[in-house]
Write a protein that binds this ligand. Structure first.
Ligand code: KG4
Ligand code: ZN
Length: 350
């Protein structure tokens, strides 16, 4: 790994990568130098459009990506004061995600790579989320433990090396973000659920309602959120039937606490049992204020250094793809023009 970097540095000092991300509802492009220096990070969010429907509509997402992608790439280059010629490679998310949405980014990246005659590097979206931690923590290097919590994934992993993961635990049912989104909908907060529950919980009592913590019998690092979610839905239905008023801040704070307990306990146990002194967090749910605070407290108590990207780098963005793309590029990954969108790409799969 380091040797690869040295070899490259002898030929050319800086490596500049254009990252492209379009796996869900953000059209994003970024220019990243040497993996950790973000020269630009442009995100065009579709949230307002999908809010009307209460969730992401895949066909609309693809169409909007198509409308925006050229402008977003142009803006990323402009803001970075770069020309196409300055780029060393084009990195793009090719999975997992919505197939039609992914295809727009992949087609854009292939067209750029072909016309500019530059290397094309396919990036795993979740590897991108993990890599967001490298951007603001220049000294962070594997190995470390990482909790990935997004709208589609909940994984507790050991980052053994750049792009190399051992999956210690995962959700058996809903992803953490999915549980946030479903609870928000049930309470009437709407889409996007996570940030709304986070905001609504402020001033609420996290101990007001006892929701289950989702213990999984045969793997201490696996998660389950469907039980917590069902308990919240039952609570709401029961209150409605009996005409009881629901205290939304208390309900949101109590739900969030159950999720936080479940995430914090497993992540800390993994660090303690495997001797990791570094714990990182990644994905959209990692921007949750209560989860960040609880994880920080627990890490301080157990003398573990806690790494968490700024909220803007937790949710979908292309800077993380440029960063992950850089390490994949150094490892020698090069994709051909047959690169396709892989909606169900597993972590560690190529
Ligand atoms: O990583 P991400 O932007 O997209 C995926 O790859 O899925 O994550 C989106 C998820 C959504 O479920 C959203 O509700 C959740 O992250 N999220 C949050 C917060 N901000 C976003 N969940 C809890 N608290 C937040 N502040
Ligand atoms: Zn994501």
């Amino acid at each position: 790994m380091i040797d690869l970097q040295r070899n490259f540095e002898m030929e050319k000092k800086d490596i500049t990568i254009l990252g492209i991300e379009s796996s869900c509802d953000e059209t994003a492009a970024a220019v990243v130098r040497n993996g950790r220096e973000v020269l630009s990070n442009i995100i065009s969010s579709q949230i307002e459009i999908h809010t009307v429907y209460g969730g992401v509509v895949p066909e609309i997402a693809s169409r909007k990506h198509l409308e925006k992608i050229d402008d977003v790439v142009r803006m990323a280059l402009e803001e970075a004061h770069c020309t196409y010629e300055d780029l060393d490679a084009i990195a793009v998310t090719y999975g997992p995600g919505l197939v039609g949405a992914l295809l727009v980014g992949v087609a854009e990246a292939k067209a750029l790579a072909f016309s500019l005659n530059k290397p094309l590097v396919g990036v795993h979206h979740i590897e991108g989320h993990v890599s967001a931690n490298y951007i603001e923590n220049k000294d962070l290097e594997p190995p470390f433990a990482c909790l990935i919590v997004s709208g589609g994934h909940t994984h507790l992993v050991v980052v053994e090396d750049y792009g190399k993961f051992e999956i210690a635990g995962r959700s058996r049912d809903d992803a953490a973000g999915e549980a946030f989104d479903k609870v928000a909908r049930a309470v009437g907060l709407g889409y996007p659920g996570g940030p709304k529950v986070d905001k609504a919980s402020k001033g609420g009592n996290p101990a007001a309602i006892q929701f289950p913590r989702g213990i999984v019998a045969d793997n201490p690092y696996d998660f389950s959120f469907s039980g917590i979610k069902s308990a919240v839905l039952n609570y709401i239905n029961k209150a409605r039937m009996t005409g009881e008023e629901i205290n939304i801040p208390d309900l949101c704070a109590s739900f969030q606490e159950a999720v936080a307990d479940s995430l914090v306990s497993r992540a800390i146990n993994l660090c303690r049992e495997r001797g990791f002194r570094k714990l990182a967090i990644a994905g959209g749910v990692a921007s949750n204020s209560r989860i960040r605070a609880r994880m920080q407290e627990a890490c301080d108590e157990h003398h573990i250094t806690f790494y968490r990207p700024s909220p803007i780098l937790c949710t979908d963005n292309a800077a993380m793809i440029g960063c992950a793309g850089y390490y994949e590029f150094l490892r020698g990954r090069r994709d051909g023009y047959e690169l396709n969108a892989c909606p169900n790409l597993k972590l560690g799969e190529r």
